[in-house]
Design a protein around this ligand. Structure first.
Ligand SMILES: [Zn+2]
Ligand SMILES: [Zn+2]
Length: 199
């Protein structure tokens, strides 16, 4: 039997032709890029290493990773490979004009994570409470107390919806982003208002 061709990491694509699946219905309005990638990783059992190598605009150490900003992420590749619109991708990335007004650590609402949702605006320092539940946004894992840098690298990507230090879920149940109900109009409005007013 002929030997299988060696598939180098940079030759692979995150596309259906390589066996990967992605359904935009798993997403919610203004889902953050981390949230989008976590869903992709969970459904495809793909490694964070491959994701970083595919999405970085330049050669990077995947363990160092890349910032969630348009200067470091190949948005066109995300658009083509995952079939996401450029609008959805733009809305998932921290706006550059906010500069230091964003939280350096992953900041989340536990109840939102139960449906697999982490909004882009949850990283904005000016957003204190979840626009959907009113809960104060958190940065520390309730199990081990550790915070995780909001940076796309192997360790955060390989722990979808879980603390990378202790592996416990951030939410109270496994994220149910496949069978979730769609956001009601009032929720969509709250998210949009939070996002638009803060940047
Ligand atoms: Zn929430
Ligand atoms: Zn932890």
């Amino acid at each position: 039997m002929a030997p299988l061709p060696i598939m180098l990491c940079d030759q692979r694509k995150l596309t259906p032709s390589f066996g990967y699946v992605f359904d935009p219905r798993w997403l919610d309005l203004h889902d953050s890029l981390l949230s989008i990638l976590w869903k992709f990783i969970k459904m495809n059992s793909v490694s964070g290493h491959l994701i970083v190598m595919q999405l970085a605009k330049t050669d990077v150490d995947p363990y160092e990773g890349i910032a969630v900003c348009k200067f470091e992420i190949d948005m066109q590749r995300l658009h083509v490979d995952l079939g996401l619109s450029l609008k959805v991708i733009r809305e998932s990335i921290t706006p550059n004009l906010l500069g230091n007004a964003t939280c350096p650590n992953f900041r989340f609402c536990r109840r939102c994570l139960n449906r697999g949702y982490h909004g882009t605006a949850y990283q904005f320092e000016s957003v204190i409470r979840c626009p959907l539940h009113g809960d104060i946004l958190e940065t520390r894992c309730r199990s081990c107390g550790m915070s995780t840098a909001y940076h796309l690298n192997v360790s955060i990507l390989n722990s979808p919806f879980r603390c990378k230090y202790c592996s416990n879920l951030y939410g109270t149940n496994t994220p149910n982003f496949i069978h979730k109900s769609t956001f009601k109009r009032i929720s969509r409005r709250a998210i949009t208002r939070t996002r638009i007013l803060r940047c």
